[in-house]
Design a protein around this ligand. Structure first.
Ligand code: IMP
Ligand code: MG
Length: 183
């Protein structure tokens, strides 16, 4: 889905598909250098991180393994509740593994801060975070993010995996959702 096809639902485009791909290539080079000689387990957070995971994983040159978790911190709305529930747990045992959490966006930071603590308690050798977007002005807790794609304004955005009420995930670019869509 291209932004011009749903123009009426969107305000400005913040980051294009091409800019995302260029950034993921840059992050992949850093990750390869940092993890040289160590096997990486990429842990994607469903469902928003599906696109980031797919593109980042293919950009990485060494073998990686992938696993998925689903957690919920939002209902169908646009505000984080702070209450995190595991909807789907990992299939893998994390003992001794180098875990890299792959996340779409850090808003309040509540979800990732909880997830980081949860995964660190499972005996991993290391747990780091790669997030494509971050809204610095929305932070309620500081999350130590090793790899960050873009800092963006504190507005509700959709596209490239990010949804509003499960829609817009298949939009190629990332754009600010027009408030009339959700108010
Ligand atoms: P946090 O716990 O407030 O950091 O929220 C993290 C999760 O909320 C993300 O993984 C997204 O799934 C969702 N989220 C936060 N901001 C947005 C947004 O602007 N658009 C779509 N989803 C968002
Ligand atoms: Mg998410």
């Amino acid at each position: 889905m291209d932004a011009r096809e749903i123009e009426a639902d969107l305000n400005e485009t913040l980051v294009t598909e091409a800019e995302i791909h260029a950034k993921l290539a840059e992050l992949a080079r850093r990750i390869e250098a940092d993890y040289e000689g160590r096997d990486i387990l990429l842990v994607g957070v469903l469902k928003g991180a599906v696109m980031v995971m797919a593109d980042l994983a293919r950009e990485l040159r060494p073998h990686v393994t992938m696993d998925w978790m689903a957690v919920s911190s939002y209902g169908a709305g646009t505000q984080s509740s702070g209450v995190v529930r595991i909807l789907k747990d990992l299939d893998s045992d994390l003992t001794g593994r180098h875990v890299l959490i792959v996340e779409d966006i850090i808003d309040s930071g509540l979800t990732l801060s909880w997830l980081l603590g949860n995964l660190r308690s499972r005996g991993a050798a290391s747990v780091e975070i790669c997030a494509l977007f971050r809204k610095p002005d929305a932070a309620k807790v500081e999350v130590p993010v090793r790899y960050i794609g873009f800092d963006i304004p504190n507005k509700f955005v959709v596209g490239y995996g990010l949804d509003y009420a499960e829609r817009y995930r298949n939009l190629r670019d990332v754009a600010v959702l027009a408030p009339h869509v959700y108010s």
